[in-house]
Structure formats: C-alpha cells, structure tokens
Design a protein around this ligand. Structure first.
Ligand code: FAD
Length: 420
C-alpha cells in the first residue's frame, strides 16, 4: 500500500511527554476516586454516533478483559453494532492454571476458553488471523498475511510475547512460555522426551527467568519430573537480576527462597544467557550450563513492532478514542509502572465493556485505576502454594486450596459452559 501508515505512537520515548499531557488537563491522581470521574475532556473527544448507523466493532484477541466483554455482550447485546472477533487461535488458555497443569493438577480443558463458542454466543463473526499492526488514520488493522480489516471501533487484548526470543538458539533449543497455549501443549511431551533420553540419570531442567511465572514453572516441572521419572531432577532457575522475583517485596522473595532451598532447586542470579546450543546454555561470561529441558520465561515483550499500545485512564489511545487497548498489550501512560499481569487485565474488563457501550451510544467514559497491591499466589507444584498480600506471606496446602478456588471460580465465569 502506498498510503502513509499512521503507526501507533511509540511508547517508551513518549511516556514523559504523555504524563505532562495528562497533567495539563488536571487529571485526578491516584486514590482520588478516579474510576467514577467523567471529565469534560472525555465527553468532548467522543464522536457522537447517530442512532441509526451500525457500527463495526472489532475485538482483537481473547484475553482476560475481552472475556468479560464476551460475557456481558452475550447477556445484553449492544445495539447498532456488528461485532467481529479476530484471534490468532480459536482457544485461549488461562495462564494462572498453567503451572498447576504442568504439575498434573489440572486437565487441559480445565484451563481453556472456547473462543468460537464465545463468538457464536455474542453473534460475532470469528476471524482467525494474527494482527500485526494498525493504520490509525484509515481505521484498519493489519494481519500477518497482508490482509487488512476495517473498523469503526476496536479493542486490543492480545497479551504479550516473551523477551529475548531473538537470542541465538532460543527458538530452536528452548520452550518459550508464550504463546501460552503452545507452551501448555508442548511442555509435558518435551519433558517426557527429555526423561526418555536421560535414562536413569537425573533430568537437568533449566528455567531462564526468575519472575513469578519462572518460579512457578520451576517448582511445578520439578515436581512433575520427579513423579514421572522417579529420580529427583536437577532444576536450576537462572535470572539476570540480583534477586529472584525482582518486582516482589522482600518477604515474598524470602519465602520463595526458603522453598527453593527446601526443595533442593538451584538458582543462579546476575546471569545472562547470550546463546543456547543443543543441550547447553552459554552465559555472558562464557560459562556453559548443560540442560535436558530449557524453559524460556524471561518476561513480557510487545507483540506489535511498534511496541505497547499507549492508553489513558479510559483505556483509549490518545487522539483516537475509537481505539481501546487492555491487558499486557496496553501501556498505561498515567501509571507506567503497572506490571504485566493478568489481574490487571481482569479488572479492566468491566471498565472496557462499559466504555465500548458508551462509545456506541455517545456517553461519557469510565476511568480505570490500577490497584496498588494484589494477592499473589504461587503454586509450588507439591500441593502447597506461597501467598503474599500487604507485605505478609503465608505458605501451605490451604494457600493452594485458596488459589485453586479462586482460579476455578474465574474459569466457571468465563468458560462457555456458563453460557445459558
Ligand atoms: C506461566 C505463567 C503463569 C502466569 N500466572 C499468572 C498469575 O497467576 N496471575 C497473573 O496475574 N498473571 C499471571 N501471568 C501473566 C499473565 O499470563 C499475563 O499478564 C496475562 O495473560 C495477560 O492477559 P491479557 O488479557 O493481556 O492477554 P492473554 O490472556 O495473554 O490473551 C491474549 C489473547 O490474544 C490472542 N492473541 C495473541 N496475539 C494475537 C495477535 N497478534 N492477533 C490476534 N490475537 C492474538 C491470544 O491467542 C489470546 O487469545 C502468568 C504468565 C505465565 C507465562
């Protein structure tokens, strides 16, 4: 196409100026009832839709926030609106239960959402394809196969990729945690292959990444390998930061470190992998670490070439109120340190759903304020979990019971079995 593509404004370089932008409009700050405000700024930027025109709503991705949109639109369909759901895979997987699946606590169907059924339930058209970019001026989404889809109103909830997939050998010799569905599908077959090749020798599992996902995967795979192989594996967690769980408070880091020692896992901090070879990881200082199974769990990276999609408190792209973004793929310009975690996407769901309806009706927007703290629950794979909230930590079977109850409740709400 010869037309100039209006790219998504790059996130990182613009953050500082965007913060000023919001400030100049005297936006309410954290903790001052942001979610109930409807400042004139938002009202004035919304295009008034004529009641007779049928709007073309494009939902991209089947992430946590969109699940709430699917559920609510199924219960009460929006008026004057044709919905299209664009997803790269017909099934979405709930990452919160993936470690438990690795440990053998859940079957695959317990953690997946049927997006075909949700599309059907909403009366939406389902398109299978991978969105790779967007032309804001033309109001078109670009697909990996070169196709373009037009929209009047669109919402992105496509999650994230994994950092460092371009490190030599990673795609070939490691299993990355994203896409999460592929990871869940391939992890146990790969574990079994590795066990078969090892014979009676202990399996060497290397998990690269010391965040919450990396830690849960290490504990759960370690447990599963012991169950399947009967030989205690040598599981190592390697991370570039100086502490594990670098975004967590000290008490949680401490509690997890105690479990690492108790379970006999190894850890390597301040290490960076520069290349993976067959059966070996090469660190920045030239050391070679042997492995039979390497999991790449290094944190979130943007799917789109233009990076994260910058949005304001109404979850809309600045100057493009017809474009929303939520979950990992969105960068909250007014709360730039918000972690990439599903709990935020879940809370954005109801705000997004109301704002999409409000856009269709020309009503004011609701504002989303990320929570300051949330309950962290890490599955240890052996029937116990570690939890943390408000700086306190707790460990045990009852913590796993609580995690299981919360996760199953979430699944009951959003699996299509709940469709009436
Ligand atoms: C092993 C593991 C465990 C985790 N556990 C937790 C936890 O317990 N709690 C927590 O808060 N966070 C957890 N996280 C982080 C969490 O997974 C993410 O923050 C969360 O999934 C982001 O949700 P989302 O709604 O943005 O998108 P996702 O839930 O990732 O959904 C993205 C959707 O978009 C689709 N999609 C992707 N790319 C495209 C594309 N280009 N075009 C069209 N469709 C696309 C996908 O198929 C999927 O349907 C975990 C992560 C991992 C890896």
């Amino acid at each position: 196409m010869s037309r100039q593509t209006a790219r998504i404004p790059p996130t990182t370089q613009r953050v500082a100026s965007r913060e000023l932008y919001w400030e100049r409009r005297s936006m309410p700050t954290r903790g001052r009832g942001l979610s109930s405000c409807t400042p004139a700024f938002y009202r004035s930027t919304m295009p008034a839709s004529s009641p007779s025109s049928r709007q073309n709503l494009l939902l991209i991705g089947g992430g946590h926030a969109h699940l709430e949109v699917f559920r609510a639109f199924h219960e009460q369909p929006p008026e004057n609106c044709k919905i299209t759901l664009l997803v790269d895979q017909p099934t979405a997987v709930y990452s919160g239960m993936v470690p438990g699946f690795l440990a053998g606590q859940y079957q695959e169907d317990a953690l997946s959402f049927d997006l075909r059924k949700w599309a059907q339930a909403m009366g939406a058209q389902l398109v299978l394809g991978r969105a790779v970019g967007m032309d804001l001026d033309a109001r078109e989404v670009e697909l990996a196969d070169g196709m373009r889809m037009s929209y009047d109103l669109c919402s992105w909830n496509i999650g994230s990729a994994v950092v460092g997939l371009d490190v030599p050998g990673v795609r070939e010799f490691a299993l990355a945690t994203r896409p999460i569905g592929d990871f869940a599908q391939q992890a146990i077959p790969r574990l079994r292959d590795a066990i078969r090749l090892r014979g009676k020798n202990p399996l060497r599992i290397l998990v690269v990444g010391g965040g919450a996902a990396g830690m849960e995967i290490a504990f759960c795979l370690d447990h599963r390998a012991l169950q399947e192989h009967g030989v205690k594996p040598e599981t190592t967690v390697l991370y570039s930061s100086h502490t594990l769980l670098p975004n967590a408070d000290f008490p949680l880091q401490n509690a997890v470190m105690r479990q690492i020692k108790r379970r006999g896992l190894k850890f390597r901090h301040g290490q960076k992998i520069v290349a993976l070879h067959e059966g070996e990881a090469e660190t920045w200082n030239g050391e070679r670490i042997p492995f039979d199974l390497c999991i790449w769990a290094t944190g979130a990276d943007a799917h789109l070439a233009d990076g994260w999609i910058p949005v304001g408190p109404s979850l809309q792209v600045e100057n493009h109120p017809e474009v929303f973004a939520v979950g990992d793929c969105a960068h909250l310009t007014y709360a730039p340190n918000t972690p990439k975690a599903g709990v935020y996407a879940v809370r954005q769901g109801p705000v997004l759903e109301r704002n999409l309806r409000a856009m269709l009706r020309g009503h004011p927007m609701r504002l989303y304020q990320p929570q300051d703290d949330f309950l962290t629950l890490l599955n240890l794979g052996d029937g116990r979990a570690v939890g943390a909230k408000f700086g306190a930590t707790f460990t045990g079977k009852w913590v796993m019971w609580m995690k299981d109850w919360i996760d199953r409740r979430f699944m009951r709400k959003y699996q299509t079995r709940s469709i009436r």
